[in-house]
Each structure stands twice: as structure tokens, then as C-alpha cells.
Write a protein that binds this ligand. Structure first.
Ligand SMILES: Cc1cc2nc3c(=O)[nH]c(=O)nc-3n(C[C@H](O)[C@H](O)[C@H](O)COP(=O)(O)O)c2cc1C
Length: 196
């Protein structure tokens, strides 16, 4: 059966490094029979979580009280077999709309925070990271990866790994055959995981 991949894209640059890395990754997934939905977070209205906790009153749905684009994004996430968080690293973490989306999801999807404890609506969903950063990977993307690992553990999500690539600077060429090959290989690895 066709697998659905929901890609939350956190780069503000339509023709930027993260998108260039994402292209061969999506091509490979599509060739492997996946339907990829790419959501540009900078084009969406995503208000920050205001900690009203209304979402905790509804144990069957995302249930956020804020009226913006996050409801539709949450539905796409719930429908997907694999959630990909694609973002450049900004100040050692993801970009602001990605952070806002993660905050809204961690409460809306995990019914842990109200008086009556519930479950995680997205329990068992696969999550993978695709990121680009200016520092060497081990100093640029490490905090983002460990934050997401913990987020997944807490949310009962299945962390599938990270593809991170280094940007040598805005005046250099970012993309090349080796990076494209690694993006394709990462997609292959994720496709194989659907077989087990
Ligand atoms: C505001 C800002 C903050 C950044 N902070 C970091 C950082 O903390 N660590 C890092 O390795 N790179 C950092 N970078 C570099 C970007 O992560 C890198 O250039 C990335 O490839 C840009 O991706 P894009 O072309 O998709 O926007 C920063 C870039 C900007 C514009």
C-alpha cells in the first residue's frame, strides 16, 4: 500500500540548501511508491502555543483552541506514515515556525497534561530529520537531534535518524553528487523500514 510522507519544511528559502537536499530525498521516496506532502511552514499561520491547555479536554483529536493553519497541519501529520522535519539549523536548533509547530503538536497530540491522563494520538509514528547547518555537523546539528530524540521518546514516536549536511557558506556551492547520493540512501533506508 502507498505510504504517506508528511514533510514539514522549516527553511524560509525556497531555493535554499535544505530544499536542494530535500529534492533527491523526495525523488527517491516517490520512486519507492510514497506520496510526499511538502508543507512550507513559513507560508502558514502558526501561532505560538499559549498554554491554555484546551487541547487536553479532547482526548480524541488534536483539539487546539487557536484558529490558524495548525489544525490542517496536524491532520496531515496524523494521516502520514512518516513525518519528516526538514530545517536549517538556526541558533543550534530549528527555525521559529518549526519550533512553534512542535510546541503545538507536543500538547495537541499528547494527552498527558490534563487532569485526566490520556494517550499519545500519534503513538508509533515514524519521525526522521533532514537538516543543513553552517558549523560541522557534530557542533551544528547535535542539539537539534538530541532534542528531537527526547521529544520522540516522550511522545511515543519512532525516531528513524537524521541526515545532516554541512553548508560551507552562502558564497559556496552547497549541493553536489555526494550529498544527493546520501539523501537518496537515507530515503532508501526509510523505505526499507516500511518493509519490517
Ligand atoms: C539566522 C541564522 C542562524 C544560523 N544559526 C546556525 C547555527 O546555530 N549553527 C549552524 O551550524 N548554522 C547556522 N546557520 C547556518 C544555516 O543553518 C545554513 O546556512 C543552512 O544551510 C541554511 O539553509 P537554507 O538555505 O535552507 O536556509 C544559521 C543561519 C542563519 C540565517
Amino acid at each position: 500500500m502507498e505510504k504517506r510522507v508528511c514533510i514539514l519544511m522549516g527553511s524560509p528559502r525556497k531555493d535554499g540548501n535544505t530544499m536542494h537536499l530535500l529534492k533527491p530525498f523526495m525523488d527517491e521516496l516517490r520512486q519507492g511508491g510514497c506520496a510526499c506532502e511538502l508543507i512550507w511552514l513559513y507560508e502558514k499561520e502558526i501561532q505560538p502555543c499559549c498554554a491554555c491547555c484546551c487541547c487536553q479536554n479532547d482526548h480524541a483529536a488534536f483539539g487546539c483552541a487557536l484558529d490558524d493553519d495548525m489544525q490542517g497541519i496536524a491532520e496531515s501529520v496524523l494521516r502520514s506514515d512518516l513525518l519528516v522535519l526538514a530545517t536549517p539549523i538556526y541558533s543550534w536548533y530549528c527555525t521559529p515556525p518549526m519550533k512553534a509547530a512542535l510546541d503545538r503538536l507536543v500538547y495537541g497530540m499528547n494527552k498527558y497534561y490534563g487532569e485526566r491522563k490520556g494517550s499519545a494520538l500519534w503513538e508509533g509514528k515514524r519521525v526522521a530529520l533532514l537538516t543543513t547547518c553552517g558549523y560541522p555537523i557534530e557542533k551544528g546539528a547535535d542539539l537539534w537531534e538530541s532534542g528531537v530524540r527526547r521529544y520522540c521518546k516522550h511522545s511515543q514516536l519512532r525516531y528513524m535518524g537524521m541526515l545532516a549536511e554541512h553548508d560551507p557558506g552562502y558564497r559556496s556551492v552547497f549541493m553536489g553528487e555526494e550529498k544527493a547520493a546520501r539523501a537518496g540512501a537515507f530515503a532508501q533506508e526509510l523505505l526499507r523500514s516500511f518493509e519490517c
